[in-house]
Design a protein around this ligand. Structure first.
Ligand SMILES: NC(=O)c1ccc[n+]([C@@H]2O[C@H](COP(=O)([O-])OP(=O)(O)OC[C@H]3O[C@@H](n4cnc5c(N)ncnc54)[C@H](OP(=O)(O)O)[C@@H]3O)[C@@H](O)[C@H]2O)c1
Length: 311
């Protein structure tokens, strides 16, 4: 039997190194569920890994062709554990494989999708939603504090704005002029990073959630008050930002998002209750995954990009 269409990284390089492949439907172990994937999230880490960069590339360099996709939402194929065939599930799949029609997921990696939440919204949440939540928790953001979120219009940023608001913080978020209204509607004071330097627009911030890293992340340290806290999320420049922060007397830490079905359940419940808006910029069929990678690596996506699996 050979009808599991996947999109694989065949070599490190440009987006066109992604190629479709047909493989066997995988066999789950006793503590795994076979999931018929409906949608997969596309994340910057997928494009960085494909380009041969970062921890992702280091991990898979001897396993090419490798199927990316850490976000998946779909349907359980066979009853196992607490799941029945047909149950709608989503999760952060640490092994990757979301860019394919079928994957085996560990039973404890999945969450049930509430009836009123679409597969698209559920597939948008694992990496972006969990990163937003875990970054704010790691920063120990408290009610009444101010937080600056860099890249507020992106996959992680647009969720982080909304979660920080519900934590009772005053939220500032940087974006381009095209996204000022979008970011304001999510509840942030939107700062146009091209209009003037961010530290000319806001200072004495308690918490910086740096979703940019690099030059933009380092420059934004000037907005943070002495004794403030910084979470720098892009792993590739984390050491640089942590060192620059230390030189200014500011505490900074990096992070790596962890699967957490309890947190994922909470995010799904917020979407179901209409308390969390998930923005989907574009959904591509799996066959157009090369374009999805061109989009995500542009760094200009508003919200999330998804891949839809052929059914
Ligand atoms: N460590 C981890 O576990 C972890 C987990 C998730 C993500 N990440 C990393 O975190 C970063 C953010 O992820 P993401 O999924 O949110 O990325 P994304 O969706 O690709 O972010 C795109 C957004 O970045 C904004 N942007 C571009 N240049 C900007 C600038 N100079 N200042 C402010 N905003 C700017 C764009 O807004 P405009 O068009 O308005 O400029 C766009 O909306 C990525 O580097 C990703 O790899 C790390």
């Amino acid at each position: 039997m050979s009808h599991n269409l996947q999109l694989a990284i065949t070599a490190f390089g440009e987006p066109d190194t992604l190629k479709l492949q047909q493989t066997e439907i995988p066999e789950p172990t006793t503590d795994q569920v076979l999931v018929n994937v409906a949608y997969a999230g596309v994340n910057p880490v997928d494009a960085k890994t494909r380009a041969g960069l970062g921890w992702g590339a280091e991990k898979i360099k001897d396993s090419l062709p490798w199927v990316p996709g850490f976000d998946a939402a779909g349907t359980v194929v066979n009853a196992v554990g607490q799941y029945q065939a047909g149950d709608r599930v989503a999760g952060r799949i640490v092994e990757g494989g979301g860019y394919g029609q079928y994957l085996c997921a560990n039973l404890d990696a999945l969450s049930r999708i509430p009836e009123s939440v679409s597969f698209q919204h559920a597939a948008s949440l694992p990496v972006a939603g969990l990163t937003a939540l875990q970054a704010l928790e790691l920063a120990d953001l408290k009610a009444g504090e101010s937080v600056l979120i860099l890249a507020g219009a992106g996959g992680v940023g647009h969720i982080a704005i909304q979660l920080a608001k519900t934590m009772g913080a005053t939220v500032y978020a940087s974006c381009s002029d095209a996204n000022l209204e979008f970011v304001s509607q999510l509840g942030a004071k939107a700062l146009d990073y091209r209009a003037s330097a961010l530290d000319a627009q806001v200072t004495d911030i308690d918490v910086l959630i740096d979703l940019m890293g690099g030059d933009a992340g380092e420059a934004a340290l000037a907005c943070v008050k002495q004794g403030g806290r910084v979470i720098t999320v892009p792993t590739i420049t984390a050491d640089r930002i942590i060192a620059a922060a230390k030189a200014k007397g500011i505490e900074a830490q990096g992070m790596l998002v962890k699967p957490n079905p309890v947190q994922m359940d909470a995010l799904l419940a917020k979407v179901a209750a209409g308390e969390l808006h998930v923005e989907i910029a574009k959904t591509y069929p799996l066959e157009h995954g090369v374009q999805a990678h061109i989009d995500i690596q542009s760094g200009r996506t508003r919200g999330k990009i998804l891949l839809e699996m052929p059914q």
